[in-house]
Ligand binder design. Structure first.
Ligand SMILES: Cc1ncc(COP(=O)(O)O)c(C=O)c1O
Length: 459
């Protein structure tokens, strides 16, 4: 008896631009929000496929939208870009030009920021692992170091003694918000750790507590979490003032969402929509309270924000190429493309928008169909999208994966496949900002002991 195919339910996915454009004027355009249309064929011919493409205009615009949402007449607002989100020097430099400080979490990021011209006084040094040398340098140069734990505080006390001048500190404070799992970092305020640290700092004239910090998660969809965090830090500021300390800065960390689409399992029920000025609810949650508590931060507080994905996610796309088509038993249509979770590790929690060229849409059979998109790795889990709605595709067609600016470059892996080039679309046209990896890059750190060299070894 003929076996019936299992039923796969239909899915509706909005394709706001391409699918409904009957009279296209361009043969290419990856993402309606990307601002700069580009011809993928020209770029791929020069730089190969796959290829990361950055829109400078979009990056600058997203920075400006974020920064202006949090600007208030009674505050100084300081956007400290979270470098780990995407530390391509070109990206960091564009954001620096826009006025961003740097938020770093390692000596590597600190060094990069300094080399890119960020003064130490505009660096916030976070993270649970800072070496003695890194602390010595950052404190000596006048960066603000956000202390994570008691052992680090002891090390900082020793360093401050040797520097013979007061060092600039922040205190990372943690507290529980619902089921939020971010308990690893900072001094807990519920078990007395935070109060203990405040008292220790207040006893040491070499320790200058300038800032109170909280970072409670990523892609936070509930602005109320920031309201609770601000309330908590204001309460800590009150206790700090009672001890004679004089914080002037409140640092609300990162975690603001981008326009990316979370997989339904991680999203709000019914899906969250982020269009227009979606940062205002976050700004309102923080700034209203701060206005009332200005005196606790010296009259005119400095509000520090450490956004990562909200600034850079939307400005980068990955262009890739269809390598093969399959009909997967029990699942339906599938394609294999030359970019996978090695280049888009965020595919495990985002449904990245996928588009193709107008030419492909306008080809004979442009009816949209669900298709699973697999990458080139030898792992079943190397899947970029499940049941994306796309027209009939052919080998060689190009796909555009949107919103890959955050945590894709920095968490990409060099597994089997070389990582691609990255091109910046700036005011003067495309500029190469990272070259494609070659074979020797894979093995640049390796040494082969003489005794293991085979006769015909040319390594
Ligand atoms: C201390 C700190 N600040 C800022 C960020 C940036 O977070 P996001 O990219 O979610 O804005 C992170 C990321 O985890 C972080 O740990």
């Amino acid at each position: 008896m003929l076996e019936k195919k299992p039923y796969t339910p239909p899915m509706i996915e909005p394709l706001p631009f391409l699918a409904i454009n009957k009279h296209p004027t361009q043969h290419f355009l990856a993402d309606p929000d990307f601002e700069i249309p580009f011809d993928p064929e020209k770029l791929l011919e020069k730089y190969g496929s796959p290829l990361y493409v950055i829109s400078e205009q979009r990056l600058r615009q997203d920075y400006r939208d974020f920064s202006s949402a949090f600007s208030k007449p009674y505050l100084d607002t300081c956007v400290a870009y979270s470098i780990k989100t995407n530390y391509l020097p070109a990206v960091c430099s564009i954001l620096r030009e826009e006025g961003a400080w740097a938020e770093v979490v390692s000596g590597v990021e600190y060094e990069l920021s300094r080399r890119l011209g960020v003064p130490a006084s505009e660096i916030i040094f976070n993270g649970p692992h800072k070496t003695q040398d890194e602390l010595q340098r950052a404190l000596g140069e006048g960066a603000i170091v956000n202390i994570d734990n008691g052992d680090e505080l002891a090390m900082v006390e020793q360093i401050a003694d040797t520097l013979n001048k007061p060092v600039r500190l922040g205190l990372r404070v943690s507290f529980r918000y619902g089921q939020s799992p971010w308990t690893k970092f900072g001094f807990n305020d519920e078990n007395g750790d935070c109060q203990w640290a405040l008292e220790l700092i207040a006893r040491n004239p070499n320790l200058n507590l300038e800032l109170l910090h909280n970072h409670g998660g990523t892609f936070i969809l509930i602005p109320d979490m920031y309201a609770k965090a601000a309330e908590k830090l204001i309460d800590v500021a009150k206790r700090a003032r009672d001890l004679g300390l004089k914080p002037t800065m409140i640092d609300m960390g990162g975690g603001y969402p981008s326009k990316n689409t979370l997989k339904p399992a991680y999203d709000l029920f019914g899906g969250s929509r982020r269009n227009g000025d979606y940062f205002s609810p976050y700004a309102n949650a923080i700034c209203g309270q701060l206005e009332q508590a200005r005196e606790l931060f010296g009259g005119r507080p400095t509000l520090v924000l450490e956004p990562g994905r909200a600034l850079v996610d939307g400005a980068v796309q990955l262009v890739c190429t269809v390598l093969a088509k399959k009909e997967v038993q029990g699942q339906g249509k599938a394609i294999i493309v030359d970019a996978g979770v090695n280049l888009v590790p965020t595919a495990c929690y985002y449904d990245h928008r996928v588009n193709t060229t107008l030419d492909t849409f306008n080809r004979q059979d442009s009816q949209l169909q669900p298709v699973d998109i697999y990458g080139p790795l030898c792992m079943q889990s190397d899947r970029l999208r499940e049941r994306a709605l796309l027209p009939q595709l052919s080998v060689g067609d190009r796909l555009f994966i949107s919103n890959v600016g955050a945590y894709c470059h920095t968490q990409s892996m060099q597994f089997i496949q070389a990582r691609p080039a990255t091109v910046l679309l700036g005011p003067d046209g495309p500029e190469l900002v990272r070259r494609r990896e070659i074979w020797s890059d894979f093995f640049a750190l390796d040494a082969l002991p003489e005794r293991l060299r085979a006769d015909r070894c040319t390594f």
